[in-house]
Design a protein around this ligand. Structure first.
Ligand code: FES
Length: 567
């Protein structure tokens, strides 16, 4: 098979001419024939002025290029979409599949023997890994790394668990305008991804567990020198992969590696979004994430990493305690150590090299876990026939079994307009219900599942309530929050049948979420539902593609035609 610059020639009906033309044009950049005859490592550039999480990407790229060239290959940097959480309207999840398609097609379209994808902000690593699996070219993933922590009045701060906690205090009147302004300048003190166990950190840890990135690459803080040395080393690995044409993602990923990723996700107190992304990633391969098996793992795997929002520390502490290799060492036989990695090492060799760091408590032992069960539980019931998820490690234990009266919001807009209305009929024992916030309904399944505590209750000291929705939630958030209710209300899911005042029962121990309304009444309400119609926003362009082909949360919210098996 052709390699280097000869790969994937542009079609002019004359291969010799195609190569002649390609070389003539690329020589305009000043390259020598020697440079152009080397194996090529493509490098994605996801730097954007809109994406502070990726603020170190230019420096990472320089380090990667150094590593590639020191190993005798040729780096070619190319741009792809960049998605930043707080700059993506209506929500970053709406764009994840677009980024995956862009990345996959540019890997396919341009000549390269291996590729390095550099990402980090929540949806970017999932999109890039989905693309890499579908393109099946030897791939090294480089997470940009977490931010370092901030400080305020002697307290350690981190985006964005503390963003939400302190905003909650501001809403409750516990801190004033001046203080919230001061906090605003201290929550994100450096470039890099959120430094708690949010989606970005979860996906970086999962990537390492899947063997697609170098050991320790999930946790090295974004501004640290070590981050750039790791990038240089990643460049060297990619250059070797470009020369040997392997290993490809299809040669690394196995059912065991996906199981390892799920074990790590439970043990780190991972983001609920990670489950959707891992499901979509697996669906690009011949394998599947089985929600029942994931829940069963959750009963066996303890949470060992003491990071917010489930625990106390931040990513840099996890790193200094030994990172993912040390965590996998602590997990012992819960991890399949024969799983392969991009370096050619197995996880057994990675774990054998894990650093022993006496005196650090960010990674616990199995004998002394943060929580004896894993981070997430999968719920079923008449409200969620195809499942729902709760991050039990970040919930209030007393609310994990709770029956309360439904207070229903029809949409994110309705919730925004009414949740703080002093006239809202709500008590701390009620269950807040948000619907039409799923993959199709919102669209894009925004992180609106973390419904705010109504201001009048927050001001009386209420910190948590049971909240349920077909939306997602930031992995950085805390609370007794049931998410991803499937099927969503916009496609006829039973969440659409709940009325104000109905009783709802949550029982996490039994893995149930149920509407306590008799079946005859439920059927009457279902018969009265208006049939779903194409919404105005979905009549053209990407929105149309999205609305027509988006899968539900239990299938990873990929487009139906993008899975390995196609449509
Ligand atoms: Fe980019 Fe949190 S906003 S990782």
């Amino acid at each position: 098979m052709a390699d280097g610059l000869r790969k994937g020639l542009t079609s002019y009906g004359d291969a010799g001419f195609s190569l002649f033309l390609r070389k003539a044009f690329i020589k305009a950049m000043g390259y020598s024939d020697d440079a152009l005859n080397r194996p090529i490592v493509g490098i994605t550039n996801t730097y954007s002025d809109y994406n502070p999480c990726h603020g170190n990407v230019p420096q990472i790229i320089e380090a990667v290029k150094r590593g590639v060239m020191l190993s005798g290959a040729m780096p070619f940097v190319f741009p792809t979409i960049s998605i930043a959480e707080s700059f993506a309207h209506p929500t970053s999840m709406y764009l994840r599949n677009l980024m995956a398609m862009d990345t996959e097609e540019m890997i396919r379209a341009q000549p390269m023997d291996a590729v390095i994808v550099i990402g980090g902000c929540d949806k970017t690593l999932p999109a890039q890994i989905m693309a890499a699996i579908s393109a099946d070219l030897p791939t090294v993933v480089i997470p940009v790394g977490p931010m370092v922590v901030g400080h305020h009045k002697g307290e350690v701060l981190g985006a964005c668990t503390d963003c939400r906690r302190l905003w909650g205090k501001y809403r409750a009147g516990e801190i004033d305008d001046n203080e919230i302004e001061a906090v605003n300048g201290r929550l994100a003190p450096s470039v890099g991804t959120c430094m708690v166990m949010g989606t970005a950190s979860t996906m970086a840890c999962i990537t390492e567990a899947l063997g697609l990135s170098l050991p320790m690459s999930a946790t090295i803080p974004a501004p640290h020198a070590e981050r750039f040395r790791s990038a240089e080393a990643s460049g060297r690995v990619a250059a070797e992969m470009a020369k040997t044409k392997g290993p490809k993602p299809s040669e690394i990923l196995t059912p065991s590696s996906f199981r390892n990723a799920q074990v790590v996700m439970q043990a780190i107190g991972g983001s609920t979004n990670g489950l959707i992304h891992l499901t979509a990633i697996a669906n690009r391969s011949p394998y599947k994430i089985d929600l029942e098996a994931f829940d069963k793992l959750g009963r066996e795997v303890p949470v060992l990493v003491d990071l917010k929002p489930s625990g106390e520390h931040y990513m840099e502490h996890f790193h200094h305690a030994g990172g993912v290799p040390k965590l996998m060492a602590q997990l012992g036989d819960l991890i399949d150590l024969d799983a392969k990695t991009i370096t050619g090492q197995t996880l057994r060799e990675v774990v054998a090299n894990a650093e022993d760091v006496p005196g650090h408590d960010a990674i616990r032992s199995k004998a002394n876990p943060i929580k004896s069960e894993g981070a997430m539980a999968i719920l079923h019931g008449n409200l969620a026939p195809r499942g729902a998820v709760i991050k039990q490690s970040a919930a209030s234990p007393k609310l994990l079994q709770h029956t309360g009266r439904a207070v229903v919001f029809e949409s994110v807009e309705d919730m925004t307009l009414r949740v703080d209305d002093p006239a809202l009929d709500v008590t701390a024992d009620d269950v807040l219900v948000l619907r039409n916030a799923g993959p199709k309904g919102a669209p894009g399944m925004p992180e609106a599942g973390y419904l705010p505590i109504p201001k009048k209750l927050a001001r009386t000291g209420v910190k948590d309530m049971v909240r349920i929705s077909d939306a997602r939630m930031s992995g950085t958030a805390f609370g007794t929050i049931v998410l991803h209710i499937t099927p969503e209300s916009a496609v006829g899911g039973p969440l659409g049948l709940v009325r104000n005042g109905d009783m709802i029962r949550l029982d996490v121990a039994k893995r149930r979420i149920d509407l306590l309304v008799d079946e005859a009444e439920v059927q009457k309400r279902r018969a009265a539902l208006a049939p779903a119609a194409t919404p105005d926003w979905a009549r053209r362009g990407y929105a149309h593609l999205f609305n027509e082909t988006i899968l539900q949360a239990d299938e990873g919210c990929d487009f139906d035609f993008m899975r390995a098996k196609g449509k």
